[in-house]
Design a protein around this ligand. Sequence first.
Ligand code: UGY
Ligand code: MN
Length: 248
Amino acid sequence: MEISALTRSVVKRNHAVISPDGYINSHVPGWDNCTVNVIINEQMGANLCQTLITLTDKGKLVGTTKQSQLFFYVIEGQCTATVSGDTKSLKTGQFVYIPIGNDYLIEEPEAGTQLLTFHKLYEKLEGYAVPPVIFGDAANVAGPSYMGDPALRLQVLLPDELSFDMAVNIFTYDPGGHLPLVETHIMEHGLIYLQGQGVYMLDQNWYPIKKGDSIWMAPYCQQWFTAMGKEPAVYIYYKNVNRFPTTV
Ligand code: UGY
Ligand code: MN
């Protein structure tokens, strides 16, 4: 029997593990006929926002990006996305990156479609134009091995260009694959597991993690992961990149 007083979720000063058992829905103006779970945002000390949206067949998301850019990724299902007049259908594994100053409309979803969003305040870079709208498909993105280890594969979904101040990557670990080192870095992460399971070390704490779980890692939160089980562990993650590291 499940005991409702227990959860794997934790929220700490420099990291959080959010498992679906703790979700409470939010109402977001312009996002209708859907449930919205705000998984990471500035209230917990983060510099990004990550949400999970589950749409009914009447689901509709309407809005305009202002100071923050917005990334939608289809975890499951399908829908239609229109960004500044350009309409495309999106299915599992496909995504759209919406830079600042664009209208968007997500509609005609299959019932149960799940969308992941990442939001970040855009920091302009002198001499560089704001990035364009990008529609893409993870299935068409190469996944070279990470740091020379064939058990680890990294897909980089957004262009590796200085005009972008955020990256969204998909990291795949074969069972037994693990990060080759404990990462200690200024960049922040938000992520959700798309498949599999394993153990994450965050700031010297050890957490069992599985498909559907999300993690926030603040700057300098130490991080290491190993995959367990019979199938690869896969997560999609956000990272801030390409900007001057200090105001000092
Ligand atoms: O890009 C990264 O920093 C990545 N290797 N970190 C992580 O997966 N925790
Ligand atoms: Mn990292």
